[in-house]
Design a protein around this ligand. Structure first.
Ligand SMILES: *Cc1c(COP(=O)(O)O)cnc(C)c1O
Length: 221
């Protein structure tokens, strides 16, 4: 079965209001082109240099989403064209993105990443750190970033109940922030959760953006 078939299988399962970020990291241009020919326009990458190379050769109407850990010295490679950064895990990183965005005159859409999994290896704000950051209000003066929502990764486990609990906790937190800190920001409306093995659970819990890679493109080597 090819990329086109698997892409359509995933797309068929998405309810209205849920968009697909096709995670193409480590896959070659040809794989992206195949999905592009089927109409897919949102692609996710996790390394700045790989993204830069792909952006240079692939069609310009692709909407690139950065889903990895963004090192500050790499921000400049992606700022001119990045559509959304999913992994903002500190105020410092948000301010740094703002600084680079200012130079290009753009406002960059960002998602705050929350640590909802049990694994220590995963990144993100704790709920309390995120509340504190938003309560401090410094972020409101950052004119070249827009906080569009939240992102989270569930634990890598077969325990569906646990995955559901983690996604639901992020959804609840999203609702809380929307009324407590971001009530005047109607653009705070994205919830990025769900990968190849758990996107069904994420959709049931209120995801608006699923980040699906191997289910469409196959294993990464
Ligand atoms: C790689 C990656 C994905 C896609 O993972 P698959 O299991 O291949 O669907 C989604 N989100 C993030 C943050 C990733 O790094």
């Amino acid at each position: 079965m090819g990329i086109a078939t698997r892409l359509h299988e995933v797309l068929k399962e998405l309810p209205q209001g849920v968009r697909l970020v096709a995670v193409s990291k480590f896959h070659p241009d040809e794989a992206i082109e195949e999905a592009y020919r089927e109409g897919q326009r949102i692609f996710g990458e996790s390394r700045a240099q790989e993204l830069k190379a792909k952006h240079e050769t692939l069609p310009k109407d692709i909407e690139w989403h950065f889903i990895g850990t963004l090192q500050t010295n790499k921000i400049k490679y992606i700022i001119p064209y990045i559509a959304m950064i999913h992994g903002i895990d500190s105020y410092k990183l948000l301010a740094e993105v703002n600084k680079h965005a200012q130079k290009t005159g753009r406002a960059v859409d960002c998602l705050l990443q929350l640590h909802i999994a049990q694994e220590e290896t995963k990144f993100g704000f704790s709920f309390d750190e995120c509340r504190e950051m938003l309560a401090a209000k410094d972020w409101q003066s950052l004119e070249n970033v827009r906080i569009r929502g939240l992102m989270g990764m569930a634990s890598n486990t077969d325990d569906e109940e646990q995955i559901k609990r983690e996604f639901c906790s992020l959804y609840e937190f999203f609702r809380e922030l929307k009324s407590a800190h971001l009530a005047e920001q109607p653009a705070f409306n994205e919830l990025s959760m769900g990968m190849s093995h758990d996107y069904h659970l994420a959709i049931a819990a209120g995801s608006t953006l699923v980040r699906v890679g191997s289910r469409i493109f196959g294993e990464r080597y």
